[in-house]
Design a binder for this molecule. Structure first.
Ligand SMILES: Cc1cc2nc3c(=O)[nH]c(=O)nc-3n(C[C@H](O)[C@H](O)[C@H](O)COP(=O)(O)OP(=O)(O)OC[C@H]3O[C@@H](n4cnc5c(N)ncnc54)[C@H](O)[C@@H]3O)c2cc1C
Length: 383
């Protein structure tokens, strides 16, 4: 049986970031990914500049989309809009995650793709991890710590904590990629706040680059109940008319989760020698509208927690819980603030009008302060 200090299941943002920082601290790390890489991942791939600070890397230009996002324009339920300059990172997850996998390997972590983490067994000082390859051969590996970084359908968390999941999908998103024209600015991220189109956050339009190096308009939304295709069609048809979007839909991508996002235990960081990071820990935040920053930060803080525990002889889960306190509190607090607390669009309009100035000012201030904060103390935005 091969032995590692840490085995990580999942080669996404959280898994690769944890692998990089664990390997940098001198540990023997294996991280595995179920799909052949580079793999696709449905995601808008938009992040704040401080994301690079958390990763500890400058993202190479060739891993970003051709189009830089420089502005945000918010459409309110009453149809009026407000906009501001705001630079964001814009990338597709296939080239981006592939780059993060390479960064972690360069730091010394071992990476194997097409390997599915099937189950884990806890022993007093170790965890035995069962992995299945594409020929359905199962191998067992031993590690001191196991990390579940398997995203919104977390394999091991589901086995350990079935109570954190609903039997069915509890939220879904759908994106259409359009090869055509629109009366829209390609460097703007458009947000549409309207309960008929997205009842958790906003619906969106932006421009992305696909594998053929061509740019496409992406129109998408998410919904917590009902039929996501019907909601998306409603939104898409309305946008088509409003912005004269022409051309063909060349790709549709969707995603759904069954983690109970409204449970008091939605954020769960693990137990004993089994630790959760990123979406698997329940850190995706529908109020902030993002999750990759929390995923990367949790991966980085997990590495620090294990180093600390090894040095001090303490429990890694306790160190990790302490280091994650601010992120956990922010995510749990936001859980109460989803826009579906509003009965209708008039109420949502009033709430947005009331909070917009304060949120905007806060964003501006925290963006500046983040430049001076250490990578591990970044304030996740919007605050
Ligand atoms: C449509 C959509 C749009 C989004 N847009 C944004 C955005 O613009 N900005 C943002 O910050 N966030 C966005 N998010 C959220 C973001 O995608 C997640 O928060 C982020 O990907 C979490 O990273 P992760 O590493 O935890 O999980 P993932 O990125 O999901 O990575 C998990 C990895 O684990 C692998 N895996 C799964 N099971 C196993 C197994 N048993 N064994 C081995 N490997 C396994 C998966 O294949 C995957 O590669 C969006 C999400 C969706 C669905």
């Amino acid at each position: 049986m091969e032995h590692f200090d840490v085995i990580i299941a999942g080669g996404g943002i959280a898994g690769s970031t944890a692998a990089k920082f664990l390997a940098k601290s001198g540990l023997k790390v294996l991280f595995v990914e179920r799909y052949k890489t580079p793999r696709n991942k449905p995601c808008s791939g938009i992040q704040f500049k401080y994301f690079e600070k958390i990763l500890g890397e400058k993202i190479p230009k060739e891993r970003l989309c051709n189009v830089n996002l420089k502005r945000i324009k918010m459409y309110l339920p009453n149809g009026k809009s407000i906009g501001s300059s705001f630079e964001m990172l814009n990338f597709m997850r296939k080239p981006f995650d592939d780059w993060l996998n390479i960064i972690a390997q360069d730091a010394g972590a071992e990476f194997r793709d097409e390997l599915v983490c099937q189950s884990v067994e806890e022993e007093s000082d170790n965890v035995i991890v069962s992995l299945i390859d594409k020929d359905k051969t199962m191998t067992k590996h031993q590690c001191r710590y196991f990390v579940d970084a398997t995203g919104l359908r977390p394999k091991i968390r589901a086995q350990l904590r079935p109570q954190d999941f609903k039997g069915k999908s509890v939220g879904a998103t759908l994106n259409y990629y359009i090869d055509g024209e629109a009366n829209l600015d390609p460097e703007t991220l458009y947000q549409f706040w309207n309960l008929d189109w997205n009842n958790a956050m906003f619906a969106w339009i932006y421009k992305k680059t696909l594998d053929d190096n061509k740019d496409y308009w992406v129109v998408g939304t998410g919904y917590n109940h009902g039929n996501i295709t019907e909601i998306q069609e409603l939104f898409y048809n309305s946008m088509k008319e409003k912005f004269k979007i022409s051309g063909e839909i060349i790709k549709k991508e969707g995603y759904s989760s069954s983690i109970d996002m409204y449970s008091k235990d939605r954020v769960w960081l693990g137990q004993n020698r089994i630790l959760m990071v990123g979406d698997a820990a329940g850190l995706v935040d529908q109020v902030r509208g993002v999750g990759m920053d929390a995923a990367a930060l949790s991966g980085r803080l997990l590495a620090k927690a294990i180093s600390r525990a090894d040095k001090k002889g303490t429990k890694a889960i306790d160190e990790y819980t302490k280091l994650m306190k601010r992120v956990t509190s922010q995510t749990i607090a936001n859980q109460q603030k989803e826009i579906n607390v509003h009965e209708n669009n008039e109420e949502l309009q009033r709430a947005l009008e009331k909070s917009l100035l304060k949120t905007g000012m806060n964003m501006f201030i925290q963006t500046i302060i983040n430049k001076f904060r250490s990578p591990e103390k970044q304030k996740l935005l919007p605050p």
